[in-house]
Design a protein. Structure first.
Length: 180
């Protein structure tokens, strides 16, 4: 087996990426304190052609050395916007018809693998602070909470890992299961 060379991957240029159809998912980063996690979220958003990333509260914004270190250029391709509060982002997205789901452990959660994909409605997924999680104000306003099943001794995953798992599962189902 031979690894593919970079030029064999047929990657889109940044301009072509910006013009391409996007996956109807928006990431909302709610006071994510690690710029490395932010950069990783950008990289995941680029990999799966997500519509947008909202950076809220204390979440670092490009250009930031640690974001650029893990994003590897994805801050140039992925559309993003800063909002001073996560509530501003949620209100704006709800006004545009988005369903809002928190990636969080909650009493009335939906397991990721059982999440009902919205039909003909875009989706925003909120990922929270590394210590305190998604803000209670988001939990109060959200359509629901998505939880990743875990079976070990720890009770959480790193934000960037959670973004990758949730986005892949939603993308996989939107792209491959929806087309049958």
């Amino acid at each position: 087996m031979r690894k593919l060379k970079l030029e064999e991957l047929n990657r889109l240029s940044v301009d072509d990426f910006r013009e391409a159809d996007k996956t109807p998912i928006v990431l909302v980063l709610d006071n994510v304190r690690s710029a490395l996690n932010v950069g990783s979220a950008f990289r995941t958003a680029d990999a799966f052609a997500l519509k947008k990333v909202y950076l809220c509260g204390i979440t670092a914004q490009p250009p930031h050395r640690e974001i650029l270190k893990t994003a590897l250029g994805a801050t140039e391709s992925v559309d993003w916007e800063y909002k001073a509060t996560v509530e501003e982002a949620i209100t704006a997205l709800q006004g545009e018809g988005y369903q809002i789901w928190a990636a969080e452990q909650a009493e009335q959660r939906t397991w990721l693998q059982e999440f009902p994909l919205p039909e003909n409605q875009p989706l925003a997924v909120v990922f929270g602070n590394e210590v305190t999680g998604v803000s209670q104000s988001v939990m109060d306003a959200a359509d629901g909470a998505i939880e990743i099943p875990q079976f070990g001794t720890k009770h959480s995953l790193n934000v960037s890992v959670s973004v990758g798992i949730v986005v892949w599962e939603l993308f996989r189902r939107l792209r491959f299961e929806a087309k049958g």
